[in-house]
Design a protein around this ligand. Structure first.
Ligand SMILES: NC(=O)C1=CN([C@@H]2O[C@H](COP(=O)(O)OP(=O)(O)OC[C@H]3O[C@@H](n4cnc5c(N)ncnc54)[C@H](O)[C@@H]3O)[C@@H](O)[C@H]2O)[C@@H](O)CC1
Ligand SMILES: Nc1ncnc2c1ncn2[C@@H]1O[C@H](COP(=O)(O)OP(=O)(O)O)[C@@H](O)[C@H]1O
Ligand SMILES: [K+]
Length: 514
């Protein structure tokens, strides 16, 4: 699913109005009706107090139009206009007039006015700012936003939580609505999935207001949301006459004294992802550990007992996943450098391989094209330096992938796979996965997919999706706290099967509640 920018949404808006020969007010009415139907279906006329806070632009217009429908159906509403500008939009004014003809007079709130009392069992509709926000709200508006956030009432935001920019990082975190639910028109917004801003949204759902499908289809976006449909579209089915050689030979290189578990996890995950053969290359100390715990995995050992020093092997793997549990001892740095000098195979780099690269940036030039790097936030910072906000981080990563012709998997709650100008935002996974070794499992899955002939980009995107889905399935039986990396591996099979599940309800684009 594409994630459109504000500019693209405005364009879709104009094209739809022109093509369908409708007015912008009719489009707003469509949006308001969708909002109303969503609420009415759930509330069934319940007399709960609904406070509608509206701005003076089209987001406010949506709120005012929604207020009319709620009023017509007997809901218990209060309407407030946050009067932050004299430049009221045309459709806001049209809808304000319509509301007034029903003898409903909103309270206009300006800078020094007292704020209304809100009960914690009330509902707030947030229509203060939409995608038109172009500067941080004034302090007095930020105070209103804080007042709403503190009320403990359920906050339903129209399109986007007010105060959140659509395509740039936040400036004042105190001036953003914390939404319990966002009804977002046509497309969720990228900021719903970024670590700095995602926490302002508990749940979201898309309302289809029928913007021109032709324009939406033809428009390329900088970011895409990866759900079941996208994952299924890259999935490679197995062939009847296939043999284990068809599905590649994964080599996992890593481990050091006390950190052999990381290699076990990655190698086992590569097997469960479907790699035909898996070999682990470890220090001598790891030999019995691996042979005992993973009978399906072949083991090669380094000349060094406790760490990797001379990475040498005499077979041709399809792909190499390197770095897990490897450590950054000087001898390992030398061994790793020599390995990179010789290596021609596709690579997946994680953990200490990334840490070594960060300290020896000249090695980056030695990576084969389309190497996949899987940093967690700290590893990423070591690689690209600090960032002021998530947008700067994404820009820096894009530049990095362009410069070194690689793919970066920015791990997090919503992992984003970045290649040159494009980012793929994952939708699976849960906080139970914030546990030791879950990154090692991801490395194994991605490497195992690459072995089976997935392109580097598909392996990264699909691997991240499967990993998160395995976590979502595992957590159903373990709970968040008890989810451990091994249970992710056990659920990879179910994650594959889940790709083909027919949804019980017609598919609506929405976040999953937790
Ligand atoms: N195509 C669509 O998706 C549709 C969008 N609609 C609604 O229209 C919204 C966008 O409306 P607008 O473009 O009118 O913008 P907003 O309603 O988001 O903001 C209103 C205006 O306030 C001004 N402004 C921005 N930041 C400010 C600040 N910090 N302090 C004071 N003033 C500020 C801007 O001039 C802006 O146009 C969407 O979010 C959505 O709710 C709907 O009406 C239906 C159609
Ligand atoms: N809150 C979360 N929601 C979803 N996925 C998460 C969350 N926290 C961590 N993960 C996932 O778990 C993995 C953790 O990787 P990493 O930090 O490298 O762990 P480790 O080094 O212990 O193996 C990543 O794939 C990340 O996306
Ligand atoms: K809003």
């Amino acid at each position: 699913m594409k994630l459109y920018s504000a500019k693209q949404i405005y364009k879709a808006d104009q094209i739809s109005i022109k093509k369908e020969e409708i007015t912008s007010d009719e489009l707003m009415e469509r949006a308001a009706l969708q909002l109303f139907n969503w609420i009415h279906l759930r509330m069934q006329g319940a007399p709960v107090k609904i406070h509608l806070f509206c701005g003076i632009g089209n987001n406010g217009g949506d709120g005012i139009a929604l207020a009319r429908h709620l009023l017509d159906h007997g809901y218990n509403i209060s309407v407030y206009v946050i009067n932050y500008s004299e430049k009221r939009s045309k459709d806001f004014l049209i809808n304000l007039e319509r509301l007034k003809t029903r003898k409903c007079w909103p309270s206009f709130i300006s800078s020094d006015d007292e704020l209304p009392e809100i009960g914690k069992d009330d509902i707030i509709v947030d229509g203060i700012f939409g995608i038109g926000l172009n500067r941080t709200p004034d302090d007095w508006v930020a105070k209103i936003i804080q007042h709403l956030n503190k009320s403990e009432a359920f906050i339903l935001s129209i399109d986007i939580p007010s105060g959140l920019f659509t395509d740039q990082g936040p400036e004042n975190l105190e001036a953003i609505i914390k939404s319990n639910f966002v009804l977002s028109f046509q497309t969720p917004k990228l900021v719903f999935f970024l670590p700095q801003t995602g926490s302002f949204i508990e749940q979201w759902e898309v309302l289809d207001i029928g913007l021109d499908p032709e324009y939406l289809m033809a428009t390329e976006t900088d970011y895409e949301l990866i759900g079941n449909n996208e994952a299924l579209s890259v999935y490679k089915p197995r062939e009847k006459y296939a043999h284990k050689g068809t599905y590649g030979h994964t080599l996992i290189i890593g481990g050091s004294y006390g950190k052999m578990g990381a290699v076990c996890l990655a190698a086992n995950a590569a097997l469960h992802a479907g790699s035909g053969l898996v070999t682990a290359y470890v220090p001598k100390i790891g030999y019995s550990i691996l042979q005992t715990s993973l009978p399906e995995v072949m083991v090669l050992t380094d000349s060094n007992e406790d760490l990797l020093e001379n990475i040498e092997f005499d077979f041709e793997p399809t792909v190499v996943g390197i770095g897990v549990g490897m450590g950054t001892n000087n001898k390992t740095v030398t061994g790793f450098t020599e390995f990179l000098n010789k290596n021609k195979k596709p690579l997946v780099l994680d953990a200490d391989a990334l840490n070594i690269l960060s300290k020896n940036k000249s090695l980056l030039k030695k990576l084969p094209e389309n190497t996949i790097l899987t940093p967690h936030p700290k590893e990423l910072e070591r690689l690209i330096g600090t960032w002021k906000d998530d947008f700067e981080k994404l820009d820096k990563v894009k530049k990095f992938t362009k410069k070194f012709k690689c793919i970066v998997v920015i791990k997090g709650a919503h992992t984003i796979v970045v290649q040159i100008d494009k980012g793929y935002v994952n939708t699976t996974g849960n906080p139970g996965m914030a546990t030791a070794g879950s990154g090692d499992v991801l490395t194994g899955i991605i490497t195992g997919l690459r072995a089976q002939g997935y392109t580097a980009l598909d392996a990264a995107i699909f691997g991240v999706y499967l990993h998160g889905k395995a976590g979502d399935i595992a957590v159903e039986s373990t709970g968040y706290q008890s989810l451990v990396a091994s249970s992710l591996i056990e659920s990879i099979g179910s994650a594959y099967l889940d790709l083909f599940k027919i949804p019980e309800h017609p598919v609506v684009e929405e976040s999953k509640g937790q």
